[in-house]
Write a protein that binds this ligand. Structure first.
Ligand code: HEC
Length: 120
């Protein structure tokens, strides 16, 4: 009977969908990791990421505290964000425009930074 198949599809598709979304997220995070490694000037000049780099401004745990939009704003407009956050961090961060990090790469980079949760 055809209707059985239709019902089966209705049940199975919602079960598979979240897995597909999850897998896509994983790939985006991996891509973001390589964007961070490839970007110049190096983020790790001023930040520690996954324990590597300048320990003064660790980005580990940033996923617990910032949204994707905040992270992107830091990368595109750090001066404004530093003023908003009353940041005393040194040396001040320079802006990375689309010439340095494309919009697509910025999405991946934000996904990667969001995945950096503080170790409990
Ligand atoms: C010249 C130094 C420098 C470089 C290079 C740099 N940053 Fe920053 N960044 C800073 C400083 C200083 C702050 C403010 C830190 C604070 O106030 O805790 C900051 C803040 C941030 C924040 C917000 C952190 C928070 O805890 O709120 C993010 C996210 C960030 N930077 C990402 C990046 C990424 C991604 C790169 C590379 C593409 C990068 N930064 C390169 C200096 C730098």
């Amino acid at each position: 009977m055809k209707s059985h198949r239709a019902v089966a599809a209705l049940v199975v598709i919602p079960l598979i969908m979240p897995l597909a979304v999850f897998a896509q997220d994983g790939t985006l995070v991996e891509k973001g990791k390589s964007v961070l490694a490839a970007t110049s000037p190096k983020c790790t000049m001023c930040h520690a990421v996954a324990g590597q780099g300048n320990a003064k401004n660790p980005l580990d745990g940033v996923g617990d505290k910032l949204s994707a939009a905040d992270i992107k704003a830091w990368i595109r407009t750090p001066r404004e964000m530093a003023a908003k956050a009353k940041s005393q961090g040194k040396p001040p961060m320079m802006a990375y425009g689309p010439d340095k990090i494309s919009d697509a790469d910025l999405d991946a980079l934000a996904a990667y930074l969001l995945s950096l949760k503080a170790k409990k």
